[in-house]
Design a protein. Sequence first.
Length: 326
Amino acid sequence: MAHLIDDLSLGDTDLLGSVRGWRLGDCVVAVVQDGGVVTAGVGADPEQHVEIGSISQALTGLLYEDALERGEVARTTTLGDALPTLVGSPAAGVTLDALATHRSGLPRLAAGTSPRRREWDLVRHGRNPYGETLPQLLRQTVSTSVTATPRVLCSNLGGALLGHAVAARAGTDYAGLLDARLAAPLGLDSVHVADVRGDLLPGTMVGTTRRGRRREAWVGEGIAPAVGVRATVGDVARLAAAILAGEAPGLGALEPRADLDGGTRIGSGWLTSAPGRTGRTVTWLGGGTGGFRSYLGLDRARGRAIVAVSPRSVAPDGPALGWLAG
């Protein structure tokens, strides 16, 4: 796997100047403006594959809305309809739309996963807290309780089950669905998931803590639709460009239809808000894994977008949003 390189600066000169001014340390960035995509990397190569974290759920939202348009699922389709293993479990009656808008009543992680131990292993030893296969995830979900009166809760379990349910109704697995309906049609060659460490491709960047301690790659078939997608920042920006041009599948995912906190609204995985005093509406999602922090934001009215990823666990949201509002 590829490592960070001190004092490495690659990409567009103007964008590099902006990214250096953010003082985030190592960072890879790609922006969409005037219909084109430019990339830059400070301390890291923007052509390396990074973990995009919960931005994966934005891609899953596109796939869900695309499946709706194809008639493969409905908003009222339940997990029991799509994933027979869950029939008879508390999760069986959860609708796909409740999953897409974070109102499923499912917890962040499935039952029996020892979240405190996993959190300790991540923080203390940098270990991947996930790694389950899909059958393992479904077995865990069978014994997972669902809140009787669901409230808004960002559930990685829910995001993962949404992706697997949509894939099952399409007659494939999530990796195949992602490639066939999103990555391949849009020419996003780097967009992929890794079930195990051996699936990591050449050019995979290593994430670290702020102090430079290495973190294990977040791999696992089960969690892939929620936090497991990998790509270059350039390809994520190319996806954003396709969205802005109206050429991506499942564009209904970006249209908000439910309220969250603080004036933020949600579509299918995508958030919409008017942050700060900019007066501008931004469609966005942020994410994080053991060693990466990420942000994807679109100003759809102006045709601008940015994706920024820190491989040293430093949140790039503020500076990236500042660029988007500029």
